[in-house]
Each structure stands twice: as C-alpha cells, then as structure tokens.
Design a protein around this ligand. Sequence first.
Ligand SMILES: [Zn+2]
Length: 391
Amino acid sequence: MMPRFFEYVEEDWIAQKTLELVKVKSETLAEAEICSVYAKELESLGLEIFEREVSDSRFNIYGRLAGSGGPGSLIFNGHLDTIPIGDSWPPRIDESKVFGRGSEDMKGGLAALLAMVRAFKLSGTKLAGDLWIAAVVGHEDSAAAKDGPIAMCEDINEGVLKGDAIVIAEGDSELWTMSTGSGVFRILIKSKLGATHTNNITFEINPIRFVSRVIDSLYELQQRMDNGPSHPLCGKEKIDIGLVQAGDYYNRTPELSIIEGTIRWLPGKTEAEMRHLITDLVSPIAKAGNLEFSVDFLMSREPFEISMSEAVLQSALRSSEIAIGRKAKIIGKRVVGDANIFVAKTGIPSFYFGPGYQSAHSNNEWVSAESLVCATKFYGVLALDYLGESI
Ligand SMILES: [Zn+2]
C-alpha cells in the first residue's frame, strides 16, 4: 500500500523550492543569507529551530520535528554552501530540470527534505520518533576546514540534537555506505651536506638518487596493495604521487626535496598506520643516503563503513523498494565526504542517498525534478519505517 504522504509529494513544488534555494548565493564562508532562508523554511513547516553559530554570521541550522515520544531519532543532513558560482549557468527550470550552481550539490536534497515534511503535514502523517534536519555550513571549500560538519558533531556529542543514524541527502540515488580513508602526505628529504657543487661530490651520494628510490618504493607499495586485501564495494587500496620537487640548479645538489601524494586505505586501518607504513619505507633509504626526512599528512580523513546489520540500513533497503520501486544498490567510494567525519567523531552510523551526482561541480549543474521526487519519497518512507508512525 502506498503511504498517504505520496499524494502530497508535488514535483512542481520541489523543483520551485530547489530553484529558490539555488537563487540564494551561498559560496562557502558566505552562507549567512542561505542560513536564514533555510531556517525560515523549516520554521514555516512547524519545526523547532536551533541555530548554532559556527563563525561570524554563519550558522548550522537544526530543525526538530518532534515525534509522539517513540524511542528512535533520525538526523537528515545536508550542506548549505556551494563551490564558487564561477562560470556556472544561471538558475532556471527547463524541461523538468533545475539548473544552476548548487542544484544537485546539494540544494535539491535540502529541498527534498522540506518537501518530505510538507507532505507529512498535508497528509496528517505523524512520526513516533524525532526527526531532525541538520543543515550545515562550511562543507565545500577547504578554507572552512569543515567547520560546520565538525560543529554538528560537537552538538550531537553535547546532546543539542540526537540521532541513532545520520542520512546525508546527497549523492547518487543509491545507498552509499562506505568510503576509504584518504590522506595527502608530504615527504621532506633534507641533505646534511647542504647544496653542493656536483663537481665536489660523487653522483653516488647525490640526494636526488635517493628521492628516486623513495618514488620506486612507493610504487612497490602500490604493487603490494594490488596484491593485498580488496573491499567488495571499493576494491584495493591506492597510493600515488602528484608532486616531486628536488634541486634548483643544474650542477648543484638539492638541499631539500619534496614528494607529495595521496593514499587511500580500507576500513579497519588508520591514518597513523599509513604514516608508519610510509615512514618505514623512507627510513632505510634516508639512512643509506645519510639524509634527514619527515613524513606528514597535510589532510586526512579516516574511513567509514556502515554494517549491513544496522537497523537503519535494513530500513533503507525496504524503503527504497516502496519509494523508488527497486532495491537501492549498496555502494562504496574511494572518495571521502562528511560521513567520514560524522562516524569518526560521533560513532553514529551514517550513509548517503541523494537525488543524483552526475553534474556536481560542473558549470552546467542540474538536477531532475523526477529524481527529487524519488528522493523525497525515499526520505519519507525511511522516516516512517525507522521512526514509526504515531497513530
Ligand atoms: Zn556536496
């Protein structure tokens, strides 16, 4: 039987609401206007609003749709900021698609959450447990250092908002349930000789030779990873190099050499283990070359994974069949997102389901109204299944 609220999931309303949100410029660190716009939307739908100042005029917005006292609670999350508008096409609706910066990433998802609450309200559907909508700032640009998502974790840990699970309303219309860990590493190799005329030393002790050996040993690590464990959702671990700098003149040895790259590791391992792994590779090479070295991670995120046995995931699988007419696929990625932060900092099982992820960050960003309807229905059925209906 179709849930009552489906009748009030209106494609035009969701598309228009997405367009309205897209028209509010909200590049990272300049989210003040979208914060108040989204808070007003939630308030007008009857949610209790909590504003958390993250930095000057930038707020995380938490809306609580109080249940009738049921035991569970569920947080739907999204980010209010976008990447720079740049040369993005202007906001418009055309042929049942909403265009413009932030349409897919991720104002469509935020509008779908509003549409879910609206449909509950119009159909007289009441939940037993508490439903929270947590919209955060500071997701996109690394300059914000994920201040919004991190503040949300602090607020969860302090009991400001509560959830037994977190659903991020972003990404493909599938259940994205794991990401590898990811880190950007930097190896510095310092010569104890200082910069020296190459005529005054033997080639044998030129530090560049040892830099090259480090590169080879990182490649050998990738070969071991290729023969190592494989995750059913995202495959093998991966390391690669994107930057090597050594030397500044054709007949002078380098004082300092730099190797930077990325490493991605499977759930169950940590950044600290990866740092040790790289350190152990570089150490004997540096020793052989009488060189000093350091290994640092410039950025890193621990892996996340939600177990298939989690009640919320079982609920999500059931819900997808009702909402989108098929069992959603369980997927994993070698890219990281906010679920990595949420799980690492709160321990709450988290996953993603969104209206699509094919044009995010492109100049021609769009989201289809049809996929917004699917996402709205999915969120609503999931909320009902997981939190229970108050009768
Ligand atoms: Zn996004």
